[in-house]
Write a protein that binds this ligand. Structure first.
Ligand SMILES: NC(=O)c1ccc[n+]([C@@H]2O[C@H](COP(=O)([O-])OP(=O)(O)OC[C@H]3O[C@@H](n4cnc5c(N)ncnc54)[C@H](OP(=O)(O)O)[C@@H]3O)[C@@H](O)[C@H]2O)c1
Length: 284
């Protein structure tokens, strides 16, 4: 029996492996990676490696064994058929007879196009006949604070989200929830809406930035079309800019305002405040 984590050389996956190693002997943890060299540090800790690529289903032969508990980290490549990618992993895991397959999904309330792949993957997973857990992660703080350079350069947070609120949490929080599910009992066939404890608006985010930098940083709300054009002007591919503008429309409608305490209950502590992520990002 192994706990198997895909996307293990990614940022969320890295936190998950770290959390697992605090609870499970390294020899019982398998990291599915695309690049063995990128995973050298994991191998050095005694973690087993399996090389697999979502685009090549055959690479998942032998990745899973009966009774394994598996975390499928959703793919990250825009423009790829992520549903087909995820289906390859789900089918291999189901065929092997794993005990649990947890999937990092999107909030159930999210109607933006970004959620389409996640809803379709959930459908595949629920039809696969394998015990599942849906980890419907809200936004990562770090996705927000990872965009500080233009904000600081212009003294403005530019979005199209109105006064909508986002119940984000840190990657480490979501990873801790995944670890709790992978190592705990009673999570079969459950759907968790994982939200940060405190939802915030972009006006409040700008105020926090002002507070921590000592400079005035304002929130400038623009139309979704204007926001999309700004993103394209900044060099984002058109398709990605359209997706992000769609997310802001959803935020404005309150679709990421998330309530409920699934995340803090699973991790057994309050979620990380956005202010902490701002502090970390400002330190660079
Ligand atoms: N909730 C949010 O705010 C939010 C924000 C961003 C992303 N996400 C979603 O959450 C996932 C995890 O986030 P993250 O921050 O950890 O992203 P990340 O650092 O980009 O990690 C993504 C992981 O997926 C792996 N991967 C991508 N394509 C693959 C393929 N074809 N075959 C096998 N592995 C593949 C990557 O492998 P390599 O290490 O080889 O590149 C990487 O390990 C993302 O992939 C995305 O679906 C959520």
């Amino acid at each position: 029996m192994s706990v198997v984590v895909t996307g293990a050389t990614g940022q969320l996956g890295g936190h998950v492996i770290e959390g697992l190693l605090a609870r499970v002997p390294a020899g019982q943890v398998t990291a599915v990676v695309r690049d063995r060299e990128k995973a050298a540090a994991l191998a050095a800790q005694g973690v087993r490696l399996h090389v697999g690529d979502y685009d090549t289903p055959a690479t998942f032969a032998g990745a899973f064994a009966p009774g394994d508990r598996v975390l499928l980290v959703s793919g990250s490549e825009v423009g790829k058929d992520r549903v087909a990618q995820h289906r390859a992993v789900i089918e291999a895991a189901a065929a092997a007879g794993v005990a649990l397959l947890a999937y990092t999904s999107a909030p159930g309330s999210l109607t933006a196009a970004l959620a389409d792949d996640h809803r379709a993957t959930e459908h595949v997973l629920l039809g696969a006949g394998v015990p599942y857990t849906l980890l419907r992660n809200n936004w990562y703080h770090e996705v927000i604070t990872g965009n500080l350079a233009p904000v600081l350069a212009h003294g403005a947070v530019v979005q199209a989200a109105g006064d909508g609120r986002i119940a984000s949490a840190s990657r480490a929080d979501y990873a801790a929830a995944a670890v709790a599910v992978l190592t705990g009992d009673g999570h079969e066939n459950r759907t968790y809406e994982l939200n940060g404890d405190t939802a915030w608006s972009y006006a409040e985010y700008a105020a926090e930035l002002s507070h921590q930098t000592g400079r005035e940083i304002v929130y400038r709300n623009v139309t979704p079309d204007a926001y999309r054009d700004i993103l394209i002007g900044a060099g984002l591919p058109e398709m990605f800019a359209t997706i992000l503008a769609g997310v802001d429309v959803s935020v404005a409608k309150g679709e990421l305002a998330g309530t409920g305490d699934d995340l803090s209950r699973l991790i057994g502590r309050p979620t990380t405040p956005l202010a902490d992520a701002v502090t970390a990002a400002l330190k660079g």
